[in-house]
Design a protein around this ligand. Structure first.
Ligand code: FAD
Length: 360
């Protein structure tokens, strides 16, 4: 191992920070974290930010430098994998020996009209751009983000008319008991649900549906899933059809062994045929594993595979209700579910714990 092995961590979200914290413990390595933002913002609370609740944030430079980690606030624009350089906006570069790629995800704006007329809570910047809400708000997507957004809005802003539009039933992937609870809370909060339909376009006045209908809405909130930055694909890394970096079980890029990827930006083999979910719950352990794999490689040790399984999935349903779904090792739901106020508290504890774990 050279005295000054340069570990560069791209992205200071949950995955990047947990990688940086682990990398800082690697003897003889110099760790640099690059992020376009000056602050870490708890992304899993952006539906709370949407309704004006304060979301914890802290200064990246201050925190990282206190731990002996260099911080560079800049947007990465390219990775020159031959020269091992990360190009940054402002026309400069940073060299690496090992790179941890953790650029996370952004809103998926592939449906026509989404980029022009819809809004999102996928990133702090997107959330800050959501205009003052009035009248009819259509939330598109019955996944966890859509459900959390719709319930938070309906609970905080009873003056709004909130419509949740989904192709399947909301929370269809959870157990029957959890699904029934989600449906009951949506109903209690006055959220109207239109399921079994697909949005084909967003227009200046609302949504066009596949069944030919048009839904009028003053604001459309788009929550149908995440896309990933194109940087990995543009830089020639092996990626899947969505642009996520293909890694082995030790988070190592399948095409570039000096690059490791973690979190939403990586496609990580999970139980059965399924990939691990794009989730904070995935980002934290995979970030740590990526940095540990770098340490293993430096010390000439065989890379340990990621050993990970999900135990629960948590959904907030406003501030006073929630669902904690217990899971089998293959990530399918068991019949055990916690609901109501205790579930809301449980989820709050998990969210605080995640931020605490990420903080180097
Ligand atoms: C409203 C909402 C609620 C959620 N709730 C949950 C939940 O309850 N549980 C759960 O497990 N997950 C939840 N998620 C998902 C979770 O937030 C993500 O899966 C998680 O943040 C992924 O972590 P990450 O570190 O991979 O990426 P991110 O947290 O997205 O971090 C990526 C970092 O990379 C930086 N970056 C990106 N591009 C560049 C560039 N070119 N140059 C420099 N820096 C760049 C960004 O600024 C960012 O800091 C939620 C998401 C949202 C939006």
């Amino acid at each position: 191992m050279t005295e000054q092995h340069r570990i560069v961590v791209l992205g200071a979200g949950y995955a990047g920070l947990s990688a940086a914290g682990r990398a800082a413990k690697v003897r003889g390595a110099r760790v640099t974290v690059i992020d376009a933002r000056a602050e870490f913002v708890e992304r899993v609370r952006l539906h709370q930010a949407l309704v004006g609740q304060p979301v914890p944030r802290w200064n990246l430079r201050e925190r990282l430098e206190r731990k002996g980690i260099e911080f560079v606030q800049a947007r990465a624009t390219h990775i020159d994998t031959r020269a091992r350089l990360v190009a940054l906006d402002g026309d400069w570069e940073i060299a690496y020996d090992s790179l941890a790629y953790a650029l996370g995800s952004i809103a998926d704006a592939t449906t026509p009209g989404v980029a022009e007329y819809a809004h999102s809570v996928a990133t702090p910047e997107d959330t800050a751009r959501v205009p003052a809400l009035t009248g009819r708000v259509a939330v598109v997507g019955g996944g966890s983000t859509g459900i959390e957004v719709a319930t938070e809005l309906a609970e905080t802003r009873p003056d709004l008319s909130v419509l949740l539009i989904t192709s399947a039933e909301p929370a269809a992937w959870l157990s029957d008991r959890a699904g029934a609870h989600v449906a009951a809370v949506l109903d209690r909060l006055g959220v109207r649900v239109r399921s079994g339909t697909k949005v084909i376009a967003v227009t200046p006045t609302g949504l066009d549906l596949a069944d030919g209908d048009h839904v009028d809405a003053e604001t459309v909130l788009w929550t149908t899933g995440f896309a990933v930055p194109e940087l990995a694909a543009d830089s020639g890394l092996a990626v899947d059809h969505r642009g996520r970096v293909l890694v082995d079980t030790a988070m190592r890029s399948q095409s570039h062994p000096e690059i490791y990827a973690a979190g939403d930006a990586a496609v990580i083999p999970g139980p059965g045929d399924r990939d691990l979910r794009m989730a904070c719950a995935t980002a934290l352990p995979t970030g740590t594993r990526a940095a540990a794999a770098i340490a293993d490689a430096l010390h000439g040790k065989p890379a340990h595979p990621l050993r990970f399984r999900y135990y629960i999935q948590c959904l907030s349903l406003g501030r006073r209700d929630g669902v904690i779904q217990f899971l089998r090792a293959d990530d399918t739901p068991t019949g055990t579910v916690l609901t109501g106020r205790s579930a809301a508290w449980f989820k709050e504890g998990v969210v605080r714990g995640a931020a605490w774990t990420a903080r180097p």
